[in-house]
Design a protein around this ligand. Structure first.
Ligand SMILES: [Ca+2]
Length: 578
């Protein structure tokens, strides 16, 4: 479990050029509901308990499709587009007209006490740095081209992002390191490579070859445009092969590397009832204070939905963040006093092909944050990460389908490498479908301590819960059921002492002969946790637990064998009997 945390790169905050938009006509929205339900291909779960051997696993994995969603963006054929307001004064209210699309980056950088809201009742006003693209002519076959005045980082058709042209094609995500690329026109293209099973990275190519030992693909050159759903730019023209092979006219947005709203270093900004789409980052709130996003939608961000590095007092309520290439809400690093409530974060890190991603909600390092009644669905890596978050709570939320792309990840994830007490609460959540060979529904990694995990329902995941080098944690009142391998995995590395954990009053249901506990490795396994007063049911109590002291062979325990070996669980029951 040695994943590398990579620092997110600071966003380049370039202002969008305000080009001409589409013509008049009634404003419409396009419903995106025709994409397939996510069917990620995952490495099959194995029964080994030595997961370190899989750290370097790089088996070919197919690209998962984006889950079915209901996101809306204005119709490219009928959107009424005007420039975003400029020169916003401190204390101003920016009233956007309902149903209108405002083009450019709304600049609130360093501003204070500005409210941005939609007026009228005809639907949310939209903000995008993107442009409609028109004037398409057939180039060859199903590939069309049109003039474009900027270099896009994202292109969408009917509201759905399509991929930059890439090699290789199809469902093959990666080729092996060292594989020759069949064309030397690579200068300025992007190399995407799998640094390890947990981390995808990108790098701009200079020169005419790719030199990596890692699994990789390349994207961004016209010669790579040879299959449906790909785009490329060459000599001032955008080339596009629509997924349906038809002309892109009237249904295409393209966006430059610009944000929807720049609110870095701002104070007291409120964004209420606004839709932001096709931006690099929807709302950039770097080092902001008391920024509120209410009743809003942030869709098709080519990086993050909200970037809140170093922010204090971020509030996100009744807001939907959908289709972020990297992360939905990104508080890495140093987010404090945030409240994410009554909101959803969908398809983070699962848009198009593999890209760097951390989590639907990424709070890496921070304090006094609150996540309550949130739905996080279909994440490429973690669902919710509250790594190194002190006095933080994750409550009453649903995390469904994570670890879709990368591995060694969690539905809800935390850790404390500095071993300081987290005072973190994970309570009343439902976590399900955390798959992959090392998908862990509730994952207390790297010396997590001072965590209360209570009243959660965990189902249909590879591993229900894991404590890695953890101590002083309370696991109580949870239901963990139908895990692929085991329900609770407590792991200790040399040099650490797992201790003083409490596992009481939980319900563990094994429905396919899976183990309940796995403890490894050391001579102190019996003092990893106080385990008692749990309700166990199992289709095979003969494989209840497993222990490994790190030197002799691992031992599989039946329920009765476990109780006598462990000297615990005196008040627990198995299939109704003690
Ligand atoms: Ca291709």
């Amino acid at each position: 479990m040695n994943r590398t945390i990579y620092p997110s790169v600071l966003l380049t905050l370039t202002l969008a050029a305000c080009g001409g938009g589409g013509g008049g006509g009634s404003d419409e929205t396009v419903s995106i509901s025709d994409s397939a339900t996510a069917t990620p291909s995952q490495t099959s779960a194995t029964s080994t308990t030595d997961t370190s051997a899989k750290e370097n696993s790089t088996e070919s994995t197919s690209v998962a499709s984006t889950a079915e969603i209901e996101a809306t963006v204005p119709s490219a054929s009928t959107a009424t587009v005007q420039p975003v307001p400029t020169n916003i004064a401190n204390g101003a209210t920016v009233s956007l007209q309902c149903g209108q699309t405002y083009q450019g980056t709304l600049d609130l950088n360093g501003k204070s006490n500005v409210t941005v809201r939609t007026t009228g009742t005809c639907g949310k006003a939209s903000i995008t740095p993107g442009s409609t693209v028109s004037g398409w002519t057939q180039y060859q076959g199903n590939v069309y081209s049109a003039p474009i005045g900027f270099t896009p980082v994202q292109v969408s058709i009917a509201g759905k992002p399509v991929n930059a042209a890439h090699w290789p094609n199809g469902s093959q995500a990666w080729v092996d390191g060292g594989t020759a690329v069949p064309n030397g026109d690579l200068d300025g293209a992007t190399l995407v490579y799998l640094e390890n099973q947990s981390v995808a990275q990108t790098q701009r190519i200079s020169g005419s070859s790719v030199n990596t030992s890692k699994p990789f693909y390349v994207e961004g050159k016209l010669w790579m445009l040879d299959s449906p759903g790909e785009w490329a730019v060459s000599n001032g023209r955008l080339y596009l092969w629509a997924p349906d092979g038809q002309s892109p006219e009237g249904r295409t947005w393209a966006a430059p590397n610009s944000n929807g709203i720049n609110a870095d270093n701002s104070s007291g900004i409120t964004i209420d009832g606004v839709r932001i789409f096709s931006a690099a980052t929807g709302i950039s709130a770097y080092m902001s204070t008391n920024l509120k996003t209410l009743n809003s939608e942030i869709t098709n961000s080519s990086k993050d939905g909200i970037w809140a590095y170093g922010s204090n007092g971020l509030a996100v309520d009744k807001t939907a963040v959908t289709n972020s290439v990297s992360n939905g809400i990104n508080g890495f690093y140093g987010i404090r006093n945030a409240a994410i409530t009554n909101s959803s974060v969908t398809n983070s890190g699962t848009v198009g092909r593999y890209k760097p991603t951390d989590a639907g909600i990424m709070f890496g390092d921070g304090a006094d944050n609150r996540i309550d009644n949130v739905r996080v669905v279909n994440s490429g890596y973690h669902g919710i990460s509250v790594l190194h978050n002190w006095r933080t709570s994750v409550t009453n939320s649903v995390v469904d389908t994570t670890c879709v792309r990368l591995n060694d990840c969690g539905g809800i994830y935390t850790g404390a490498r500095d071993q300081l007490p987290l005072n973190l609460r994970i309570e009343g959540n439902t976590v399900t479908n955390v798959k992959g060979s090392e998908g862990i529904a509730i994952y207390l990694d790297d010396s997590a301590n001072g965590v209360t995990v209570s009243g959660n329902t965990v189902t249909n995941s590879t591993i229900g819960m894991m404590l890695h080098n953890g101590f002083d944690n309370v696991v109580t009142g949870n239901t963990i059921a139908s895990s692929a391998i085991m329900h609770l995995y407590i792991a200790q590395k040399p040099g650490y002492t797992v201790r003083n954990n409490q596992v009481t009053g939980n319900t563990f249901r094994s429905t396919n002969n899976e183990q309940t506990f796995n403890l490894e490795s050391g001579s102190n396994l019996r003092t990893f946790a106080a385990i008692n007063s749990n309700t166990y049911t199992s289709t095979n109590p003969g494989v209840f637990g497993r222990s490994w002291d790190g030197s002799s062979a691992g031992i599989s325990h039946s329920y009765s064998g476990w109780k006598s070996w462990m000297g615990q669980d005196a008040n627990s029951t198995m299939n109704g009997a003690q």
